[in-house]
Design a protein around this ligand. Structure first.
Ligand code: MN3
Length: 204
């Protein structure tokens, strides 16, 4: 049984950067639906006992095309949103410190340069998708973007995601309309870098 991450904040707690209706719809409708669909499909495929990362990394082994596609989309939707909703919160933002801050400086030159690069990937992703900060097997930091509910695990990159930005229109359209760049900029006011730092230490 796959379980949506608990929201440790209210639907209105991310105002003014994310409005209450967007957060409620995103978590209680979109994310909840991906989770329910994943559970039904995983049960049908007899894969309900797997870890989601293991399931997403071995989609190729699912012979039935309907189940494989359904698990790719809904398993991705489940995993991606668990990361997204757990890496943000009220009274956050700013810059990371500790080991992640140092690694970001080593990899990208500065936090500002990192922010600029991942924002460009998020804004430039054509249609629905995600931007990612991941850890490679050699410990390096990798930036990428993906379409739909794909992620670095389901795409078979071998990288472990530690931070993501959802750029599906459902993540921002009620408040920001077509201004995706404004949403991405506002999103950085919500990032809980302590959690991302923990994700980094686990992934490394
Ligand atoms: Mn979403």
């Amino acid at each position: 049984m796959f379980k949506q991450v608990d929201l440790p904040y209210g639907y209105d707690a991310l105002e003014p950067y994310l409005d209450e209706l967007t957060v409620e719809t995103h978590y209680a409708k979109h994310h909840a639906n991906y989770t329910a669909n994943l559970n039904a499909l995983a049960e049908e495929a007899d894969l309900a006992d797997m870890e989601i990362t293991g399931l997403l990394a071995s989609l190729d082994e699912i012979k039935d095309e309907r189940l494989r596609t359904g698990l790719r989309n809904n398993g991705g939707g489940f995993y991606n949103h668990n990361l997204y909703f757990s890496e943000i919160g009220p009274h956050c933002g700013g810059e990371p410190d500790g080991e992640l801050a140092q690694k970001i400086r080593e990899s990208f030159g500065s936090f500002a340069a990192f922010k600029e690069k991942i924002s460009a990937l998020a804004v430039g992703q054509f249609g629905s998708g995600w931007a990612w900060l991941s850890v490679a097997k050699d410990g390096g930091l990798i930036l990428s973007a993906s379409a739909n509910q794909d992620n670095p695990i389901s795409l078979g990159t071998g990288h472990t995601p530690i931070f993501t930005i959802d750029v599906w229109e459902h993540a921002y359209y009620l408040k920001y309309k077509n201004l995706r760049a404004a949403y991405v900029d506002a999103f950085f006011h919500l990032v809980d870098w302590n959690t991302v730092n923990e994700n980094y230490k686990k992934a490394r």
